[in-house]
Design a protein around this ligand. Sequence first.
Ligand SMILES: O=C(O)C1=N[C@H](C(=O)O)C[C@H](O)C1
Length: 296
Amino acid sequence: MLNEQNLKGIFVPVVTPFLANEQLDINSYRNYVSSLFVHDIQGLVVNGTTGESPTVTWEEVAELVSVTKDLMAEKGRRLPIVVGTGTNSTASTVQRTELAGHLGADAVLVVVPYYSRPSQEGILEHFRRVSQVGVPVIAYEIPARTGVRLTIETTRRILDLDGVIGLKDSSGQIGFSSELTRLSAKPILCGEDLYFHAMLSQGASGGMLASANVHTRSLINVYQLFNTGSVTAAKQAFDLLVPCIQSLFQESNPAPLKWLLARQGLIATDTLRSPMSPISEGLKLTLEQWLPSLSN
Ligand SMILES: O=C(O)C1=N[C@H](C(=O)O)C[C@H](O)C1
């Protein structure tokens, strides 16, 4: 199980590979996830934003978690598995969290309820109920996707809940992380790739980064340099990655990432489930130039 102490380092939110007909591609998933096992990562996130959670059914999530666990057993590599269970309904999030617990999830990633634009009290109540399930909860703030923004006070109260072990902060507001690391002892993970070094400097304990799929070794290196006090070297190492990370988010994640993974042969196709669509020809040309520098 994950807890407040071991929620640190680099977590990889994995993509959900699809065949050209948009069916789940388990062969690709096995091949690609196994390739991550060689790295000193802290865990995998199944059914995160990068895993296209809006279009993956719960039955498919269960299959992906079960395949991940089988692979780990086969390869003798045990990594914590975080499962995305957040929806915009409290009842269904609670139910998915219970099911994730039965599947053996080490924690769940619960996004701030999107679309309905609930009040801060409503959001707090959502997390209060999910936190009572008994599976460690990582709250996930990503206002650009949810349409609602957590206040510092609400976030502090969410972090105060027993059962909530930390926050993944994709707010893109450095001041937000900085204030939270001052107000709460619970870990804050960076979920805004371009601010990884900046957020470490503000007290973040690691990152859950889509770019860690292709810059795995390099981002672990940045984290380790920072952690051992080589802050400037960490910044220099991170700065080298910035142009590629910018390209990865030039069009909606995970479309550029899937294209790169397919181009590397790690997944069979770059297919996304509609309404997500393939990247532009122009971005393909840009991404092509980063291929030699990838460290996965
Ligand atoms: O899948 C995730 O978790 C992440 N989602 C963010 C997004 O797509 O906006 C980015 C972050 O790197 C990880």
